[in-house]
Design a protein around this ligand. Structure first.
Ligand SMILES: Cc1cc2nc3c(=O)[nH]c(=O)nc-3n(C[C@H](O)[C@H](O)[C@H](O)COP(=O)(O)OP(=O)(O)OC[C@H]3O[C@@H](n4cnc5c(N)ncnc54)[C@H](O)[C@@H]3O)c2cc1C
Length: 598
């Protein structure tokens, strides 16, 4: 660790989950850290909206990959429990409501999944589900080990033997839908097991098969919800930051990154007020595409422009409704899929528009956490995925006048009002709940334009850059600036990608890169993991009960056994045919099987 009297200094631009987690880690490693946030609250997309006793999660509501949360707190020498972050398990995971009046319950309870799958695809269907789960398990384990815990600083990292060996098993070149279609033979179940690509802001027909890992973590590890809202995780990290002396300045927008006269070394940042702050290094947590186009000297570089041309994730129209009574038909998480499944994605991702018949997600935080709404009432969030904006409002580059994408000057009032009508009638028709409209006593709203202006998200893409193969790994914008020494990135649009747990994993990767570049020891490097998921350590002292044994003595048919059996059956059939014997059923006498010569 750096000595206390001469602490190196760091500025973090943005108090999103990525910025706050990086600040906490840098502070632990001995940095004097200042976080600068344009808004009056921390958490960025992972923040809350409060209204008269109702509480809504502005962005994330599904806490997945819980081990990555535990790892962050453990590395900071504490735990979720010690920081009073209490996770509630959502049960069921989701209710999926179909247009034909049917529904499907997704659960981490295997007996529920067996019942639900056998209903549509029979016994074989459940076996195929288990095979799909095994594939998704491999996607998950390989990705956590080889992608979420490693940096990709150059394309040569793709040649790492440990990664390359598993590349084919990750199915990065097949879509999540085409992988699911191999295991699920009805269109209904193909939809059930592919809509999750929307967590990455991608169509299931484009998202790499690897991302079945997200639905896997829900089914194998559950969906969780922090008491008090998702922001409780950020609030705990903020408390850790404050305990270690991090200075978090809210309502403080950064207007540019300052460099040495040669432009090769960072020296600090300038605020929108004109104030200048100096630091040894600057970590950018603000959206990376926005930052490259707005915060650097000579921002409109060709690299910055190419970033804006890369595929972005979708945007959303999000409603936050205070409702005057509970709507018991709705569970914590509800999915309403469009009947025209493929078309609903094509209109978002190919044409960047708004589908006439949208798929949408409804979250009722008060169903799992009673603190989210006054007693006997519900807080409801509706997320309707839509295309992103055609232009980047915050960019210095010239505006496109045509092409796919929504326009900021579009008539949002009428778009929102038509989406609202469709959603309310769909919820009522599919769930049979009481008429909703008269129960909504207050509404808050986010649209692509408000996502862009509130958080500086380029084109209002709520999940940052897309996660297609050529936008991830070594192809994703790097965690370190290519030419300005001392500038690093953390957050949804850099490696490893979007989603709160993934961004937390990214905060670890970026901080370790910074410390490695400066020869500073990594405080948590040799810390024992408290997560017991590697099985019992094998060695001399291992209890006989826990010694791992191969399938010694077990009766099973290996591939060789199956081939031998097949050969034996073939020999018997040939012998029978050559013997001239016939074995037939005695139809007339119905006396059973008889033999004779042909
Ligand atoms: C509607 C929605 C639903 C989601 N659902 C889930 C979910 O269920 N589960 C999940 O895990 N993830 C979900 N996500 C994704 C998740 O919220 C994000 O991936 C994650 O929060 C991104 O964190 P971040 O730190 O990268 O960025 P941000 O949260 O965007 O933080 C960046 C911060 O930088 C600030 N900033 C920007 N420009 C400046 C500037 N010039 N000066 C100072 N500050 C600046 C911004 O105000 C912001 O606070 C969802 C996101 C959205 C929008």
């Amino acid at each position: 660790m750096a000595s206390a009297d001469k602490k190196p200094t760091a500025i973090v631009v943005g108090a999103g989950v990525g910025g706050i987690a990086t600040a906490a880690r840098l502070s632990k490693a001995g940095y004097s850290v200042t976080v600068l946030e344009k808004n009056s609250f921390t958490g960025g997309r992972c923040s809350l909206i409060n209204h008269s006793g109702y509480r809504f999660d502005q962005g994330p509501s599904l806490l997945l990959l819980p081990k990555l949360f535990q790892e962050t707190f453990h590395d900071l020498s504490t735990s979720l429990e010690a920081e009073d972050v209490r996770l509630l398990k959502c049960d069921p995971n989701y209710n999926m409501w179909f247009g034909d009046g049917e529904s499907f319950e997704l659960s981490s309870d295997t007996s529920v999944m067996k019942r639900e799958i056998e209903k549509w695809e029979g016994k074989d269907g459940f076996e195929r589900y288990l095979a799909w789960l095994a594939e998704a398990h491999r996607h998950y384990e390989i990705s956590v080990r080889e992608v979420l815990h490693k940096n990709f600083t150059s394309v040569f990292n793709l040649l790492r033997p440990s990664f390359l060996r598993h590349l084919v098993a990750l199915h990065p070149f097949e879509s999540i839908y085409s992988r699911a279609a191999k295991y699920f033979w009805t269109e209904r179940l193909r939809r059930v097991f592919t809509f999750g690509s929307m967590y990455m802001g991608m169509s299931p027909f484009d998202a790499p098969g690897t991302y079945s890992l997200l639905q896997y973590t829900e089914l194998a590890e559950g969906i969780w919800y922090p008491v008090g809202g998702f922001h409780a995780v950020v609030a705990a990290l903020v408390r850790i930051c404050e305990r270690s002396g991090v200075n978090i300045r809210l309502d403080t927008a950064v207007s540019s990154v300052l460099t040495s006269p040669t432009g090769k070394q960072v020296t600090g940042v300038q605020l929108s007020t004109g104030e200048q702050l100096s630091a040894d290094l600057v970590v950018i947590n603000a959206d990376l595409v926005y930052a490259y186009n707005n915060l650097f000297p000579n921002s409109a570089t060709s690299y910055a422009k190419t970033l804006q041309k890369r595929d972005g994730s979708c945007s959303s129209i999000s409603f936050y409704w205070s409702v005057s009574q509970t709507i018991p038909e709705l569970k914590t998480h509800n999915i309403f899929l469009a009947d025209e499944y493929r078309e609903s994605f094509d209109s978002i991702f190919d044409r960047q528009g708004i589908p006439d018949d949208p798929s949408f997600y409804v979250n009722v935080p008060s169903r799992v956490d009673s603190t989210a709404a006054p007693e006997g009432k519900d807080a409801i969030v509706v997320l309707v995925p839509v295309g992103h904006l055609l232009n980047s409002a915050t960019s210095n580059t010239e505006k496109a006048t045509s092409g796919p994408g929504l326009l900021p000057e579009q008539d949002w009032d009428s778009i929102v009002s038509s989406a609202r009508k469709t959603i309310i009638s769909t919820i009522e028709a599919r769930t049979g709940c009481a008429p909703l409209e008269p129960l909504i006593i207050h509404e808050e709203l986010n649209t692509p334009t408000s996502w862009e202006s509130t958080f500086n998200l380029d084109k209002g893409s709520i999940l940052g850059l897309s996660h297609s193969f050529f936008n991830v790994l070594a192809f994703r914008p790097k965690t370190k600036h290519p030419s300005i020494s001392g500038v690093y990135f953390v957050g949804a649009s850099t490696h490893p990608g979007t989603g709160v747990p993934i961004v937390l994993a990214g905060a670890k990767i970026t901080t370790e890169q910074i410390l490695h570049d400066r020869g500073i020891p990594i405080p948590w490097e040799n810390q024992d993991s408290r997560i017991r998921d590697h099985g019992v350590k094998q060695g001399k002292g291992t209890s006989p009960l826990d010694v791992l044994k191969s399938r010694e003595g077990a009766v099973f048919l290996s591939d060789v056994g199956i081939l031998a059996m097949a050969a034996l059956v073939l020999v018997l059939v040939l012998a029978y045919v050559n013997s001239g014997l016939s074995v037939t059923w005695d139809w007339e006498g119905k006396k059973g099987w008889g033999t004779g010569r042909i």
